[in-house]
Ligand binder design. Structure first.
Ligand SMILES: [Zn+2]
Ligand SMILES: [Zn+2]
Length: 648
């Protein structure tokens, strides 16, 4: 007999060799019907596998996260069968599950075209309809190699060779079609269901190596229910509409070009937005007791050797040699520079915590395939800061940081923030007692804020634990932005110390933190989150005065002067064009307020106010309109502080 423990804590004895399906049936017939796999001590297994030892058991259905993985995995097999049935001579290679779906890489002379996808999809539905049972057998290595070799499946032979000696070679079959696979699988192809869609075709090198042959990758998405699929496809559509690269063009914010991969050409409007972000953060940091510094963009190799970057980060660094035979690196991080500033001049415990901030531009070489608009660049500006403090100050600083970070996200319209907490990894530096302190401080910081966090055990940096802040945007996508890291290592490595209360030289703790993260990336996220409709205070152009007739030109100039005098970023459109044409153009550019002025408005000293995205037009007195726009244009951090508003 074996004892199986259920999620509710109860345990029952079963005959050894019982299957997951038997166990499910012993609980309820309906559960047996829904069961697609079983989790034994956290490992997912086939529902028909005999269970021979005590374990914690959980029955997996299609609605569980593990069930979704299986749906996608099985869908990949089904797609491979469909492709081989439709296009004989195609070789199969690998087909993993990925976020939101799956892909399979095929070797075929002729390229797949988008027109092939509906055909493959139809064939997949046929295979799913057949509801062929999945079954597997373990084969001797040589027999498996010979079998795939005889079939002309050279890639599979190579895959078998890569399986470590002693591991089972498993072959999963669905009717006559089979594939090399570790498993597990659901009981039959029918369980894949109908909620899937093939999305696109892309080239991919065998094993990701550009020296290898190019394969054809077909991507698909699969879900447990039609509603989930619909919601996902809708999200993708929305994401496309919001693509910051397109909006960036329409709003005239920035561009990229081939000569500067991963580097942004900021246009006037984009740069204005960028500077607004910096201005906002600068005000907040001043309130929070930071000093702002600027450290060199290039520093000599020796410094990067001391910091450990030369050894650990060299392949991401831009390196330059000068005629005097010195080697310099473009900074990939600001931290070593800040340690130099800390070290310059003797520091005492009375100087701590010392909070050093910099809008530092860093340079990191990323493979060109990884670059993606503003979201992934090679040259970016961090709102970086390092807090040098004593061990006793860690908690207080972390609690403050956490509150600050969340208040910033709120100001930009992000209410849904998740926190990931990564604690000590196996390979680490520093005493356990200090790690205890650092981890407790970070935990306390999120607890004080009344937040839950997701634990990433062992995922901290080798020098300390970290918090990561993940923003959920308007269409449900998650973006990791800010981080807070407690560092117990770098100050020592770079020889930083302060004189403690006891008169002894003491190594400070260094907290690394960024709130926006990368300003380039944050700008991209903001544009997508708001679909270009930035809040008024962030809009590069806040209002445009557009005339209906040239008779109103003079009045429009007056309106513009009044807007500018109120500190607003505004423009006037006096072109001899139809008003609807003007409104359309400024709407595409996402100008939040258009003030329409005609003859009548000029006579009555009024304006017709049109809001972006609205067809309504409100006629207001010029004074009221300007007061309203000016009030809305006050940045949120200055609204909560009436004094600051006055000063502005
Ligand atoms: Zn498989
Ligand atoms: Zn740092």
């Amino acid at each position: 007999m074996i004892s199986l423990k259920f999620p509710d804590g109860s345990a029952r004895d079963f005959e050894s060799g019982v299957t997951g399906l038997d166990v499910a049936a012993s609980i309820a017939k309906s559960l047996a019907k829904k069961a697609v796999a079983v989790s034994l001590d956290g490992t997912v297994r086939d529902i028909y596998d005999p269970i021979n030892a005590d374990a914690e058991i959980r029955i997996i259905t299609r609605m569980d996260p593990e069930g979704l993985e299986l749906i996608r995995h099985d869908a990949a097999h089904v797609m491979a069968e469909a492709v081989q049935e439709l296009y004989p001579g195609t070789q199969v290679t690998i087909g993993p599950v990925i976020e939101n779906g799956f892909y399979y890489d095929f070797a075929r002379e002729e390229p797949f075209t988008p027109e092939d996808l509906p055909k493959i999809e139809a064939k997949m539905r046929e295979i799913i309809q057949r509801d062929s049972p999945f079954s597997y057998e373990v084969m001797p290595r040589d027999a498996a190699k010979k079998m795939f070799g005889d079939m002309g499946e050279a890639y599979k032979v190579e895959l078998i060779d890569a399986i470590p000696e002693g591991d089972n070679i498993k072959i999963y079959s669905q009717r006559e079609w089979f594939d090399l696979c570790r498993g597990p699988h659901m009981p039959s192809t029918g369980k894949v269901g109908k909620a899937f869609k093939l999305q696109k075709i892309a080239g991919a090198y065998w094993r990701g190596d550009s020296n290898n042959p190019m394969l054809q990758r077909i991507y698909g998405t699969a879900w447990a229910t039609d509603d989930q699929l619909k919601a996902y496809l809708h999200m993708l559509e929305e994401a496309e509409k919001r693509d910051h690269r397109r909006l960036g063009r329409e709003m005239d914010l920035f561009h990229f070009q081939e000569e500067a991969p991963g580097a942004v050409f900021w246009h006037a409007k984009g740069w204005s937005l960028f500077q607004l972000l910096i201005g906002y953060m600068r005000r907040r940091q001043q309130d929070w007791g930071y000093v702002e510094v600027n450290s060199p963009d290039m520093m000599e190799r020796t410094l990067w050797e001391q910091s450990g970057h030369w050894e650990k980060f060299a392949e991401n660094m831009y390196i330059a040699e000068t005629p005097d035979d010195r080697v310099f690196c473009c900074k990939p991080m600001n931290c070593p520079g800040h340690v130099q500033i800390f070290k310059n001049g003797l520091k005492s415990y009375r100087d701590l915590p010392l909070r050093i901030a910099e809008f530092g531009k860093v340079h990191r070489y990323e493979p060109s395939g990884a670059l993606h608009g503003l979201l992934r660049v090679r040259h970016f500006t961090q709102d970086d800061a390092h807090i040098f403090c004593t061990e006793d100050q860690i908690t207080e600083e972390c609690v403050k940081l956490n509150e600050q970070v969340l208040s910033i996200y709120r100001d930009f319209g992000f209410e849904d923030v998740r926190i990931k907490f990564s604690d000590r990894p196996e390979k680490r530096v520093g005493e356990d007692a200090v790690w205890d302190k650092a981890e407790a401080a970070l935990k306390r910081a999120v607890e004080v804020a009344g937040l839950t966090y997701e634990l990433n055990p062992g995922e901290g940096a080798f020098y300390g634990p970290k918090l990561e802040y993940v923003l959920r945007d308007a269409i449900g996508r998650d973006w990791q932005c800010g981080t807070v890291q407690v560092d117990l290592n770098m100050p020592q490595r770079l020889g930083a110390y302060y004189i403690g209360a006891d008169g002894e030289k003491t190594v400070p703790v260094m907290i690394h933190r960024a709130m926006f993260g990368s300003l380039e990336r944050f700008t991209g996220i903001l544009v997508e989150h708001h679909a270009g409709h930035l809040p008024l205070w962030l809009s590069p152009t806040q209002a445009v005065v557009a005339t209906i007739v040239s008779d109103a030109n003079e009045y429009a100039e007056t309106v513009l002067a009044r807007l500018n005098a109120a500190g607003l970023r505004a423009g006037a459109d006096l072109r001899n064009e139809k008003i609807n044409y003007k409104v359309r153009e400024h709407s595409v550019a996402k100008v939040p307020v258009i003030l329409v002025a005609g003859k009548r408005e000029a006579e009555e000293r009024t304006v017709s106010v049109r809001r972006l995205g609205s067809r309504e037009q409100d006629v207001m007195s010029l004074d009221d309109a300007i007061a309203m726009i000016a009030a809305e244009a006050v940045p949120p951090d200055m609204r909560s502080n009436p004094q600051a508003t006055e000063a502005a």
